[in-house]
Design a binder for this molecule. Structure first.
Ligand SMILES: CC(C)(COP(=O)(O)OP(=O)(O)OC[C@H]1O[C@@H](n2cnc3c(N)ncnc32)[C@H](O)[C@@H]1OP(=O)(O)O)[C@@H](O)C(=O)NCCC(=O)NCCS
Length: 177
């Protein structure tokens, strides 16, 4: 099935969450059970790309999604050269809290598109409220390899995950025309 034209906010009345399977139970469960609830309570936002055509039920399967949220990191986790220029308070960042592609679409460039869309979205938010970097906690080594490929650097360990970051200054050249 082909995917639709653009990323939109998750709407559980329109999008079929149950058919989503990226191969990682944790991410499937997040999308199916928590993403909409977390939007309702105002702690994160999930954007997705659906298929172009609906199921017989009228709902649209989800090809890929990303979830963003505000966050903060301790400046001590940053390289010394950067840390010394920052305030002692927690440093504001944007989190890519989740990002996944349905297994049916793996290896077709959709992961790259989804990441670029997430960066673009956060870049627009950054025009209104500033953050130092975009941060992601990698679920596994494959995810780490994926983010390394696009210029993320390892920051520290965080709850058993590898935390990676991409400074906002490095995002600017991607979208400033
Ligand atoms: C990681 C994921 C998003 C990649 O999506 P995808 O659509 O298959 O990726 P793309 O086709 O856009 O590939 C982009 C690049 O990443 C590489 N890549 C993709 N999946 C990879 C993997 N599992 N391990 C290493 N590299 C990978 C590709 O080789 C490609 O590089 P190339 O352009 O030089 O060939 C997808 O495999 C996924 O949803 N995995 C499960 C969820 C997950 O782990 N998410 C990360 C959360 S922290």
């Amino acid at each position: 099935m082909s995917w639709s034209k653009g990323f939109v906010e998750l709407d559980k009345t329109i999008h079929d969450r149950t058919s989503f399977d990226c191969g990682e139970v944790e991410l499937n469960t997040f999308l199916q059970q928590y993403a909409a609830k977390h939007m309702e309570v105002g702690v994160s936002r999930t954007m997705l790309l659906s298929t172009a055509n609906p199921l017989p039920s009228g709902k649209y399967p989800i090809c890929a999604f990303y979830t963003i949220a505000p966050g903060s990191i301790s400046r001590e986790t940053l390289p010394d050269t950067v840390a010394k220029k920052l305030p002692k308070d927690p440093v504001p960042v944007f989190l890519i809290a989740q990002l996944a592609v349905h297994s049916e679409y793996h290896g077709q460039g959709l992961g790259k598109i989804t990441l670029i869309k997430a960066l673009e979205y956060l870049w627009k938010i950054n025009a209104h409220i500033k953050a130092y970097a975009i941060v992601v906690d990698c679920l596994n080594d494959k995810a780490k390899t994926f983010y390394l490929k696009y210029g993320f650097d390892v920051l520290c360990a965080n709850n058993g995950r590898v935390r990676m970051f991409f400074p906002m200054k490095a995002v600017a050249p991607l979208f400033n025309t």
